[in-house]
Design a protein around this ligand. Structure first.
Ligand code: HEC
Length: 129
């Protein structure tokens, strides 16, 4: 099980390397429509996105792109509150690669190892204004 995870993670890193080499630039360009269905499958079980909706299990992600970390009405972990992060697409990508590596002590434990899927989800989050 953990070997499989390591392999998936290594595959993700390899794919990211290839994408970087190919594009000669930053992260792959995301597809918001694909990101919406990934969000429904992997994020919606905890996160809400309704305007003004209070997150109970997890913070509301509407407007998260460009927002300061841990800045909504949600009972965040002390670790995320102290992180001082702003959710730029690059920071979101790093966080979603391995949340507990970027912010040790965070209660957000779900990662998206595949760089293309990550870019898709971030592109979708950017549409939630
Ligand atoms: C099992 C429940 C759960 C799932 C599933 C989940 N999250 Fe989270 N997420 C959380 C919790 C809890 C937090 C708050 C973490 C903390 O306080 O340290 C969080 C925090 C976040 C934050 C920071 C928000 C802020 O206001 O600072 C982002 C971004 C995020 N999650 C994205 C995602 C994405 C994208 C997915 C789907 C791939 C996802 N999460 C899936 C529980 C979840």
């Amino acid at each position: 099980m953990s070997n499989l995870r390591v392999m998936i993670f290594a595959g993700g890193v390899l794919a990211a390397g290839i994408a970087l080499a190919g594009a000669g630039a930053a992260a792959p360009v995301g597809n918001a429509a694909a990101g919406a269905s990934l969000f429904d499958q992997r994020c919606k079980v905890c996160h809400v996105i309704g305007e003004g909706q209070k997150g109970v299990l997890a913070p509301n992600l509407r407007g998260v792109v460009g927002r300061r970390a841990a800045s909504t009405a949600f009972a965040y972990s002390p670790a995320l509150k102290a992180s001082g992060l702003t959710w730029t697409p690059a920071h979101l990508s790093q966080f979603l690669t391995a949340p507990m590596k970027m912010v040790p002590g965070t209660r957000m434990v779900v990662s998206i190892p595949d760089p293309h899927q990550r870019a898709d989800v971030i592109a979708y989050l950017a549409t939630l204004k």
